[in-house]
Write a protein that binds this ligand. Sequence first.
Ligand code: ADP
Ligand code: ZN
Ligand code: ZN
Length: 803
Amino acid sequence: MQIASVIVDVPTKQTDRAFDYFIPEQWRGVIQPGMRVIIPFGPRNIQGFVIGLKAESELKKLREIIAPMDLEPVLNKELLELGNWLTESTLCFKIFAFQVMLPAALKAKYEKKVKLAIGAAVADLPKPLHAFFENDVLLDWEDALKSGIVPLLQKEAANGHLEVIYMVKERVKKKQQKYIRPAVTLAELSEEIDRIPVKAEKQRQVLRYFTENFNEVKLKKLVTDVNTSASTVKALVEKKLLVEFEMEVYRNPFEHRTFERTKPLPLTEAQQTAIGPILNALEQNQHEVFLLYGVTGSGKTEIYLQSIQEVIEKGKEAIVLVPEIALTPQMVNRFKGRFGDLVAVLHSGLSAGEKYDEWRKIQRKEVKVAVGARSAIFAPFENIGIMIIDEEHETSYKQEEMPRYHARDVAIERAINHNCPVVLGSATPSLESFARAQKKVYQLLTLPNRMNKQSLPSVEIIDMREELREGNRSMFSRKLFEMLKDRIEKRQQSVLFLNKRGHSSFVMCRDCGYVVNCPNCDISLTYHRVNEQMKCHYCGYESSVPKHCPECNSEYIRYFGTGTQKVEEELGKILPEARVIRMDVDTTGRKGSHERLLTDFKDGKADILLGTQMIAKGLDFPSITLVGVLSADTMLHLPDFRASEKTFQLLTQVSGRAGRHQLPGEVIIQTYTPEHYSIELAGHQDYDLFYQREMMIRKTHHYPPFYYLSLITVSHEQLFTVVSATEKIVSYVRSHVSNEAVVLGPAASPIPRINNRYRYQCLIKYKREPNIIKTLKTILDQYQKDTKSGLQVSIDVNPYILM
Ligand code: ADP
Ligand code: ZN
Ligand code: ZN
């Protein structure tokens, strides 16, 4: 096996296939499928993934692999195959499918360097360059830029005196630490102590330390414990009494936290009924998908924990997915509390190094449970016993860039390979999953009641139009204001929730209604109070707020709507005695701040927690008795067929935060459209009725779960080019699908322009189209090959964002 098939790290159509490389003698038997290697590609050295080995190649002249980047494969056989499946089902480049399965630390980084060309000497270069290339050094491109010598370098490169090379760098190093251990037996060590001169008392002390703890110890710890210096230790190493060695240590993000260990709780009758079929599937090593449908606080997590317990006892492993924003310390506590060091946690709050170390623990089989956000579904376990997706309706399980995969699909694909169950849990299942459960594709498990028979909070819907008519211009209805005041007097806590999706803080002229838009993207700019700036969230365009309206010259142009800061200001005016903690992207940007703010609130350091989506999940504090939703409808009017579903889910989710413990909870939902069924039914927490209403609408309009969708988005700087290309695509699709399919377009995308590129789309709705993937792939191939036209075509199979 002297030939390796390699997927190279160049994401283009032309390079989206395996390339053959010759394995030099020294690496034969070392290089294996699933390893990363450094390979020459064109004029550069780049990274690649070995996907297979073979004895022969059709090609005569092969280039050689330069070096392996791993000592052991980073992708096992199952994951390599999963990569192929991802490529096929999401229409992405192979390299993306492999990269997405690995922690960011293992993605290649390239360093550009300049060196003397072979046969050239420093003397050949002009004087100003001599200092840079003496002693055969490689010049960092960054340094070259800083020194302003790039034009000179270019000239010399053209002369053939210099050349540019690319070096593959590892992003994160394993963290190594120095350890010391005895080099002789305990008896010998004791003897040696007496041979050491009395003057060297410190050396004697160090040896005595080892006779008392005959074990390895970190050099740092040894030095402090014995109160000595590294040089004393070194002297003993030189005498061959001790050995110094390096060992990999894990960066431990939870180093300063202790987890109170918990024991399995005796299950309620409802829980026993629900867990039965899961345990049964575990017992039989049977693949099955369960939908665990139960309101917040009904005991789903306990079922997850006890199913995992069973899996661990069988010697297998478990993956648990939790949405990023719900991956709170409280959630982590529950898993660490039950399974301690057997749990690895993967989430975006960790540094790249920490994430890499958690991943290594999984790879080395040092843990049994991986808890994490979306990408944790690729945890490199080899003997998976169960996969659990909590809050399965969350759209963040869909990745919005290549590969555009849904974690639920990946879980099911892996579970089939491992013959194990998948458990999807939610209080408000996605319509897709609930419909599948109705059709018995998934098995439905229900937990109808909250633990301790706590009733659900009472929800009141307030019509804000009515408030306005009666002269209340505040963002707080009279009722909400009264109740907030009441809670402060009773020393109980409230949560105020502001839906920031939607256009919550744009700049508008009060006289003529002119809204300041991004000149590149045709969407409103978001107002930021810091420096009075307006920013575009798609392209990053910034500008200051105009003093006068560009349309009518009025002075009354200012920001409109309610950001969290604005609410905080108004709270300060109407309830000056209230202590408020604000949680949004601005206050939680720093590492650990999210956790700190929640702890402060838990410790009673504030009366009101005010925030965006991020507080809708996971929050479970005994003293919250009031939840207020400031404007329920901002999300209803997005150009998205799931807007009602999302609104219902969010309102139900938020309401579930109140009254989870002894004190009863109340919820106030403020809205301008109280008659909308998603708001009304969220008020009654009536999922079943919502499901029926929404299914009717989906059926009428040919939406999922009745139809599948695929979205083709085309963009170009010229409007005409986009439209005519989209037209061609639409007619190609029409001629390749059955009559049952609906092909919409060409239509301008809901965001018609991003970063100066016009965007058009074609939306396909279909039921059974065995050839659809092939058809879509043909379109992609066609346009990805043609890079000169500047057209960009992207395809999202089962899209969650239709913008
Ligand atoms: P969910 O995941 O559905 O929101 P949890 O599993 O968090 O529900 O359960 C809600 C609360 O009830 C938690 O405080 C949990 O510890 C408790 N609980 C769950 N199951 C039991 C049980 N069998 N006996 C006693 N308490 C339980
Ligand atoms: Zn105006
Ligand atoms: Zn923009």
